[in-house]
Every structure is written in C-alpha cells, then in structure tokens.
Write a protein that binds this ligand. Structure first.
Ligand code: 5CA
Length: 441
C-alpha cells in the first residue's frame, strides 16, 4: 500500500482529552476517531490491528473446539424478562423501542439470545458438549466511558457460551477456555495472569479474570510474581485430555492472584515478601461458570441418558478485542510511538523512500515493495513528498515492526537500511537479502 493513496490521518498535537498513553497514541497514529462519548470509528490502520487481534482470538477458539456464529446486536426485551435480568441490568443497558412500541435493547452481552437458540435446537445429551462463540459489537451505557477504546460504550467482544450435561463436563468446558485464553494472550504478545474474580451481573460461582499488568490499569491486583515466568500451554495441547487440561488449570491457579474485590490480605501475606506483587492491571478477558442459572429460568433442557430432562450447565467466556488494542499499546510503546508485536502489526514493513521524485530511488522502492509483497509480507510504502524526518516520525509513531529505508546514497553502495522498531537496531543489507533477513526473525 502506498501511503500517498492510503487514509492515515495522523495528528501532530497530543489530544488534550486523552489521559492515558494508549488513548493518545491511538488518536495520534490515526487508528480511531471519537464520534460520540465512548463511541469510536475504527480508521483503516486501526481496523487492520483489530482484525489481526480477532484472527488470533478465532484461531485459539477454533483450536479449542468452539464454533463461531453471529447473533443480532438488537435483542428483544422479552428474552431478558424471562431470565430476570431486564430490570436487574439497570441503566447500563441501552433500551430502545421500535415503531410498534416493542421493547428492544442493544445487547450488552448475549446469554439470553444464545440460550434461546440452544433451547430451540438441542434436545438430547448426545448433542453435547457445545461451545458457540461470536465476535460482535456490544453496547453498555457506562457512566464514565474513558481511556478511549479501553472503556468505551460501544465495544467489540468475543463471547463464547458452553453447554454441558452436568457440572463435571462443564468444568472441562471451562478449562478449555481457560487454556485457550492463556494461548490467545501469549499469541498477542501479552503476559496475562488469571485471577479469581467477582462474577458481577453475569452470575455464577466460578470465575477468572485475565489481567495484563499496566500502570494505567483500572483494576488493583495482588499476585505472586512467579506467574510472570510460567510457560504457556503449547500448540500441541490436547483439548480433549480432561486430566491434562485440569492439571494445566490447577498449576495456573496454584499461586495467589486476585483482583481487589476478591483480595484476602491474610492469604496474600503468606506469599513470601520477595514474591508479592501489588500492581495495577487491565482486565482483557473474563470467564464464568454459572451452572443452570439461565437454562432453568429460560427452560433450556436436554434429555439425559436416563431419559430424564434436565437443565443444561452453562458458562460464558468474554474477551474484549477493542480493549486489547489499547492494552497492547499500554504494554508496548516508547516515547516515539507504538511498537506492535508482529502478530498484530497492521503492516509488517514501513518502506521509507528518502528521496521521492528521484527516479532511481523510486524504482528501487517500487521493486522492493513488489518483492516483499510477493513473499507474503505486508508493506506500507511512504512515497509522500515529505522530508525524511517526517517519514521517520510517522514510521516510529505507527510502530510497524520493520522499517526499510531506501536512499540514493545507500543505493550507490548497493545497500538499504533495516531498522527493527522494537530495539532500534539498524543494519545495512543488499536489497536482494531483504527477504531472508526479515523472515529470519
Ligand atoms: N457475558 C460475559 C462473558 S461472555 C461478559 O459480558 N463478560 S464481561 O462483562 O467481563 O466482558 C467481557 C470482556 O469484554 C471484558 O473482559 C473486557 O475485555 C471487555 N469489555 C467489557 N466492557 C468493556 C468496555 N466498556 N469497553 C471495552 N471492552 C469491554
């Protein structure tokens, strides 16, 4: 993609309304634009990152056996009256009436809709277990939307819902998501720690929040620092291995880790002082087992092997992709801008032409772009008629993992320069060696 033809409205000034670094950088780097309080447009560069985050999430959901579907964002209030949550949810729910004065709402989550789908289609224990997920926009009329897409009113959520015949199999479904989440956050270049959590309006008694440590995080967290060195379950993990998965979850829940709502100072005191960590964190995922809370209220039953009908055991499992984009920036930036982990970078390479208009330099850049793209790398080619300083600043700000710098002086010696955005290391290479160099790491 040529930058001169792209849509990248970067800002030179730091927007005053943005309190935290990720919000400032998302606005400055032209990733998002606020359209109303807590409501954002995703601009082309931001959308590429958001899509990459979703791709990593999908890959791990699919690997664990979950199945994707898509539910409506506008839901009928009747379903929520059945579950008893219509009144309970309060002002956070955006209530709408249609032209026939029917009560509708913009879904803040989808337990009711998925339960309705399930009860309409599944009758027997033989159809279980099932885990169905979607990635879709949710709306919560937060009192204080803030920090950009970190706590917005409209936000993207991956929400999965598991259905099982009894508590033991539901536990396995919970463990599958637990392990899929560990892999997902690692795949996004993040260290997330599962913490015992409060269940809030979702309900249930078994719940973990996945927290990323960051100074600007909204949650106060207390945990054993040894979690930071734990190995993430490998790609070869067998999700059908009940005992194996339980072992992994047991290990990842063996040490102290709790958010402030669940904090027990006496238990925390038993963690050796050198291992105690009191920090701030960002909640990027939240999983719940809530048993038959919704299935009983809404009549979602299956016939068991004994011929007797029983309410299914359910869990729900959320991740916030739009929040994650901000969280990744909180975890990975410097004073010049964003540093994207490779897995979510909007393009792999920023190709910088130091002398746009110079025939030889232009030709070399065009050829390098074509060559990189032919080898599967995505390239944002800065062909604008700007000074090199401005191009370097843009490249650092938008944080693509690699910069390839092409100028007449280097070309005269048969070289271009590569810079790794993360560490800032520079290297001179012949254009022909670019591919092998960039693919090596
Ligand atoms: N139904 C359950 C799980 S499917 C649920 O709603 N869980 S939740 O309330 O914890 O939300 C799931 C995830 O969505 C959170 O972990 C967070 O990553 C994201 N999220 C929640 N509220 C917001 C918000 N206001 N802005 C951005 N992301 C949010």
């Amino acid at each position: 993609m040529r930058l001169s033809r792209y849509f990248l409205p970067t800002l030179r000034e730091t927007p005053k309304e943005a309190e935290i670094i990720s919000h400032r950088l998302m606005l400055r780097a032209g990733l998002v634009r606020q359209e109303a309080a807590g409501i954002y447009a995703w601009l082309p560069l931001g959308l590429r990152v958001l899509n990459k985050v979703c791709a990593v999430i999908r890959e791990e959901q699919d690997r664990s056996g979950a199945i994707e579907l898509l539910m409506p964002s506008i839901q009928s209030a009747d379903l929520w009256k059945e579950s008893g949550r219509y009144e309970a949810y309060g002002k956070e729910m955006l209530r709408i009436s249609d032209r026939h004065d029917r009560e509708m709402l913009f879904g803040p989550t989808a337990e009711e809709v998925i339960t309705e789908i399930f009860r309409g289609s599944v009758r027997s224990y033989k159809d279980l277990p099932k885990n169905l997920y979607q990635i879709s926009w949710k709306f919560r009329d937060e009192v204080r939307p803030r920090f950009g897409t970190m706590r917005s009113r409209e936000f993207l959520m991956k929400d999965a819902y598991s259905f099982d015949i009894d508590q033991a199999t539901a536990r396995h479904a919970y463990n599958k998501m637990f392990v899929a989440y560990l892999r997902t956050f690692a795949g996004l270049g993040l260290k997330a720690i599962p913490m015992r959590a409060d269940t809030g309006p979702i309900g249930g008694d078994l719940s973990h929040e996945f927290i990323i440590l960051a100074q600007t995080g909204e949650s106060e967290v207390f945990c054993d620092r040894q979690y930071l060195d734990f190995d993430v379950p490998p790609v070869t993990t067998d999700f059908d291995d009940v005992a194996g998965l339980q072992g992994t979850v047991d290990r990842w829940t063996s040490l102290y880790a709790a958010t402030s709502e669940m904090h027990e100072p006496a238990a925390f005191a038993e963690v050796g002082e050198d291992k105690q960590m009191a920090a701030r964190g960002i909640e990027v995922g939240h999983i719940f087992y809530f048993g038959t809370k919704y299935s009983e209220a809404m009549g979602a039953k299956v016939t068991g092997p004994d011929g007797v009908d029983r309410a299914v055991h359910m869990g729900s499992y959320g991740i916030g992709p739009s929040r994650l984009v901000a969280a990744i920036i909180e975890a990975s930036h410097d004073e010049a801008g964003i540093i994207w982990p490779d897995s979510v970078a909007p393009f792999d390479v920023a190709l910088i032409n130091l002398k746009t208009g110079d025939a030889a330099t232009d030709a070399a850049c065009t050829e390098i772009q074509a060559n990189l793209e032919a080898n599967g790398l995505t390239v944002l080619y800065d062909d604008r008629d700007e000074r090199p300083g401005a191009k370097f600043a843009t490249a650092d700000l938008i944080g693509l993992p690699w910069q390839v710098v092409v100028g007449p002086r280097g070309l005269a010696e048969g070289k271009v320069e590569i810079k790794r955005r993360a560490g800032g290391e520079r290297e001179s290479v012949a254009p022909i060696d670019l591919i092998s160099r960039l693919k090596r790491s």
